[in-house]
Design a protein around this ligand. Sequence first.
Ligand code: 4NP
Length: 147
Amino acid sequence: MVCLGNICRSPLAEGILQDKIYKQKLNWIVDSAGTAGYHIGEAPHHLSQKVALQNGINISHQKCRKFLRKDIIEFDKIYVMDEENYAEVKSICGNDWNENKVDLLLNESYPNENRSVPDPWYGNEDGYHKVFKMINEACEAIIKKYK
Ligand code: 4NP
């Protein structure tokens, strides 16, 4: 799960998918990262933590990290939140880029529509609730598709 800062959207995506993996007793590994390194080592944004917890998911243990070129080798699937993340991941991966592994997360819930998960960073708590709902639907679709 990849966004820009690994502070707002992708920590929610990691926590939401991890929760479903746990409930379905699947042995998948999920992680998240940001294409930028502004917040390395930090916990998720307090509003991402709050909204997750209101939905029964604790993401407070997560630590921000930057997306690495080797991630595209190590992971089967890379989900990005928006087109800018997609372009950044492509650039970071260089010759290891594999188009088949990378997709916009919302293409799982709205196939071929290339919708983005909007960045809630500059907005209020309402944006974090909206983002939670979008990511939750997409993660539900991922579980149904691959389990
Ligand atoms: P995210 O949101 O990509 O969903 O984690 C952002 C977090 C931090 C910044 C921008 C977006 N920032 O500019 O520091």
